[in-house]
Design a protein around this ligand. Structure first.
Ligand code: C2E
Ligand code: CA
Ligand code: CA
Ligand code: CA
Length: 279
């Protein structure tokens, strides 16, 4: 019995060590990935629900691993956050997306802006607006063509600091969206003080549409709330024509999801407007 207790302990500690080891290894290969240019940005179209036209793109990072292939952000963003590398990744994605947007504009593409995700780590940097201003200068992109997506939970971590930073970013001329809206328990009063342009309804509420009564009620009230505050609203995770029809009927402005298009490399983008039939 004594022996088996020891071996159980040894087993667990070995497992823990190997988990910690794996994390460390992943963190160091992620650092290499950034240096060796293994990160890629894919772009997912955002569509005007009333006519199916592409209005903008969201930039989404991927890791093109030499052996493991394309790794989704969920598999490395948490490690990047833990190891502090997320800010370097966000900066890289920002610059890459601004360069791509500038290229699209120079090719005559009609797009309102490109949206980039800002991690809560980067959002807590008081000098974020200076970083963004530098990237815009370097890439030559006008501020109004860049939209920053900040999650509701990142904004609500420190709402007072967030209001100040959002006001500075807005003064810079970039557009601001609150991502994953509906999951972070914002109070209405707080929301009013956040000077943003857009709310993105979390896909968790869209998946149950149009049948789930609670999801329908929440979606309807977020659309109403956004419009009453003078904001526009995007639904993410739109997969079916029924969902798109429901959203259009409820007055939602834009839709994004596999039903329109998956995230793709810039070179693979299909510039035809959505043929998803609804309404
Ligand atoms: P997010 O910002 O909420 O992005 C939307 C996610 O939903 C993307 O996953 C997108 O591919 C996925 N999606 C889009 N349409 C559909 C759909 O119809 N059905 C389903 N089931 N999913 C859909 P992705 O690219 O794997 O990114 C996951 C998360 O990783 C993002 O969630 C975002 O929080 C984070 N992320 C991605 N790129 C970056 C980045 O450059 N910087 C930071 N800080 N975070 C990023
Ligand atoms: Ca997003
Ligand atoms: Ca989202
Ligand atoms: Ca999300």
């Amino acid at each position: 019995a004594k022996g088996s207790g020891r071996s159980t302990y040894a087993f667990y500690s070995q497992e823990l060590t190997s988990q910690a080891q794996q994390r460390l290894e992943l963190a160091s290969s992620l650092r290499q990935a950034l240096e060796q240019q293994q990160l890629r940005v894919h772009y997912q179209g955002i569509y005007d629900l009333s006519n199916g036209r592409i209005v903008s793109f969201e930039a989404l990072v991927r890791w093109l691993h030499p052996e493991q292939g394309l790794i989704p952000p969920a598999a490395f963003i948490p490690i990047a956050e833990e190891s502090g590398m997320i800010s370097a990744i966000d900066h890289w994605v920002l610059e890459e997306a601004c360069r791509q947007m500038q290229l699209w504009l120079s090719q005559g593409k009609v797009l309102r802006f490109v949206s980039v995700n800002i991690s809560s780590r980067l959002f807590s940097h008081a000098d974020l607006d200076q970083h963004i201003a530098r990237i815009l200068r370097r890439t030559g992109l006008e501020p109004r063509y860049l939209e920053l997506e900040i999650t509701e939970s990142a904004v609500m971590e420190d709402p007072d600091a967030a209001s100040v930073l959002l006001a500075r970013l807005r003064a810079l001329g970039v557009r601001l969206a609150i991502d994953d809206f509906g999951t972070g328990y914002s109070s209405l009063l707080r929301l009013k003080s956040m000077k943003v342009h857009k709310l993105k309804i979390d896909q968790g509420f869209i998946s149950g549409l149009p049948d789930d009564q609670e999801d329908a009620a929440i979606t309807r009230s977020v659309i109403g709330l956004a419009h009453n505050l003078g904001l526009c609203v995007v639904a993410e995770g739109v997969e079916t024509a029924e969902q798109a029809a429901f959203l259009l009927q409820e007055g939602c402005d834009f839709g994004q999801g596999y039903g329109f298009a998956r995230p793709q490399a810039a070179s693979d983008i299909d510039w035809c407007d959505s043929t998803m039939s609804y309404g």
